[in-house]
Design a protein around this ligand. Sequence first.
Ligand code: G6P
Length: 612
Amino acid sequence: MCGIVAYLGPKQAYPILIKGLQRLEYRGYDSAGVALLNGGLEIHKSKGKVSKLEEYVKDKNLSGTIGIAHTRWATHGEPNQTNAHPHFSQTKSLAIIHNGIIENYSTIKEELISRGYRFDSDTDTEVLINLIEDIQINEKVLLDEAVRIALNQVVGAYAIVVLSVHHPNTLIVARKGSPLVIGIGKDEYFVASDATPIIEYTKNVIYLEDEQVAVLSRNEELKLRSIKNKVITPYIQELEWNLNELEKGGYDHFMLKEIYEQPRSIKDSMRGRLNAHKGIISLGGIRDYEQKMSQAKRIIIIACGTSWHAGLVGEYLFEDLARIPVEVEYASEFRYRNPIIDENDVVLAISQSGETADTLAAIEMAKQKGATILGICNVVGSSIPRASHAGSYTHAGPEIGVASTKAFTAQVTILTLMALRMAQIKGSIPKSKFMQLLNELEHLPEKVEETLEDDGIIMEIAKKYQNASNFLYLGRGYNFPVALEGALKLKEISYIHAEGYPAAEMKHGPIALIDENMPVVIIATKKGIYEKVISNIQEVKAREGKVIAIVTEHDTTVKNIADYVIEIPETEEMLVPILATIPLQKLAYYIAILRGCDVDQPRNLAKSVTVE
Ligand code: G6P
């Protein structure tokens, strides 16, 4: 999704802005641009990658100590140079960058056109900057006031930075629904969609809240107001992540690095929360809500994408261990279907980024209906944790690859801890079983390490099936969400069509697709309904499908039937999803590499989906 970077201070702005855009590339985008103020206001932009923009500006004057820059992910108007940001106002005295969608832009546009405004682009953003200019001129107000008045008229989401030729020492920054962070250095300000472009310069940041407008001026304190003009005292926080955590660390891709980080990220998610020896699970963030959760009429899990798959594993965990009914909902569906929800419900919102627009909106709706909201998020200080009553951070570290890997296993780890804690409070499983699960969980990072060891067979499978046009992924019980996640990983990064299905449900449709060209990945680990899965494997083989099975180490039964087997260490049934997902992440990765795909930034996808 769109990325915002801005700078104001004593240094040259352009190098800081470009580096910032590169750090935000992982969010996914289709064009990029920069505006610099040095006497005149210059805008340079181009379609495609940030490197294209760098190429394009080579012979331009790039001096200036104040500037704004943007990577655009198209919503209104195709990805091209004209629609790229920044956008000028009509008089060319204002420039804006924007992340989000102005929903009522066409009404405002018509009104402005009737007053003589002309528009170059198809964007909602150009409408907003002209609205600001129109207010400034007609109501004869200062720029920050014009911004506030304009934002009171727009419906939708925005994170914006405005630059004016008449105010060469000031940036106006505002947000609603789309994230924005302000970094405070020595006599300088940085602005960005997240902390990654800022962290190498300062760790002191302010996360803007919805409907806040900040005025950043050279050699002056930051001024913060609500769009209703209420003065607000800024809250400065210290960032936790460091720059090393944001770089590739010797791996070819962020995705591979993040896959290999899983033993550590899972451990970090449990750190200080699990004492298996003493039988203690301590989730400080939700302590005040544990009783409420254990007594909930039901838990509603809301999420999107990979996080929704983690939620499905959560459903099995909470029902199986804690005997609490669970519904798992796509946030985008939930928010629009007038769901029945009240103060007895606990809503668990899962999100890596903590910024997904649909999840955020679903939270707000559930909150209004009186539900308790608990968040499971990775990015500290992001919007979802702030909108939740309480929650647990996953502590997986920054995830840069667009396709989620370590965030998923960290989410499942937290869900396991939560479900076990609920089981402990409710006494819904015998103490001996509880202790056994805690012990197994504590040793899980070592088993994840083992799972990551052998690449040979996965590489061989990747080579064999790299040109397949369809893949089917099957699993049952706890492994059904794993099948969905495996299929999603493959389609996201290799562009091969892949479907995940409950293994038994295959008979009701996908079986029609099976022939000798169809690779079928089946999670067939011991325990659970192993024998039933073996029958499903037989059904695939009977139709000449090619079976790639994820099995428990030393399994011989499946080995005799399947075309390929990938072994994972033995563990408790409810912990299998964490281990079984890992070879599927790698399989998707190697296939995508062999097909020459851009695994870290797959086409059309965005890391942080801040529009609905
Ligand atoms: C995008 C990303 C996915 C992610 C989903 C939900 O589609 O590409 O990897 O699973 O958003 O994001 P969240 O940050 O809420 O987990």
